[in-house]
Design a protein. Sequence first.
Length: 259
Amino acid sequence: MSQSYETLLLSTDELGICTLTINRPDKMNALNNQVFEELDAALTHIIENDAIKGLIVTGAGDKAFVAGADISELNTLKEEEAVTLSLRGQRVFQKLEDLTIPAIAAVNGYALGGGCELAMACHIRIASSNALLGLPEVSLGLIPGYGGTQRLPLQVGKAKALELTLSGRFVKADEAQNIGLVNQVAENSALEASYDLMKAMMKQGPLALKNVLLATKEAGKDSGYESEANLFGDLYNTADFKEGTTAFLEKRKPTFTGK
Ligand code: COA
């Protein structure tokens, strides 16, 4: 199955793993208006398509994941337009974070500004050894506008987030892993390592994956433990729960149907 976009490549394999590639390699995959519109549409397609069970987001070429918002579009905006642009970016990235299938960012090079924010909106990040991540907006006289000031502190703690956001400093892959910004640094390709991890997830019960994502969204909220109990209980009505526990007792591998 494939969809056609001008700035994205989207393809889904037989396991239901969809790879979404931001495809403006001559502009370091910078996020312009068209990318955002197409990303929004692609996420709707992914949400509505039950055959898609996992998402990997990456950038075209071997230099950049995404080198940020398209600066040529940023510098002509007026205040109100800038607020609208920020709100749209936040909404589209929230739509990505709210997916109820796993989303992994294969960070294959520069992930700067909006690119780092895009990676942080994915549930998991795997970096190539040449990856460089950062929020350099202050160097443009701006602040991150697509959720970066909110998500980075959750990833790395407030003090480290402020250090990076106030200095605009880039971190290499190893440091990004040490501070918890990326989950792992791939020995070879970030895309391959992301695919391997996603394949392991695809063997699990899809409804359980969904409920892990829903429950984890509530982490840190007052309602978190209650949500976890309800989402745990929900699964008792599913065929996947019966299959998973029966297969264990029968010493065989489960065959999940997502029902
Ligand atoms: N917006 C628009 N265009 C961008 C871009 C961005 N965020 N990042 C890179 N590009 C474009 C460059 O303008 C250049 O286009 P051109 O060939 O038409 O001149 C092309 O991508 C290649 O980039 P270049 O700067 O020549 O590559 P490099 O290897 O020397 O440097 C970067 C790579 C990523 C370090 C550098 O492009 C950069 O600093 N980009 C901006 C990063 C940033 O501030 N992002 C936050 C934005 S909010």
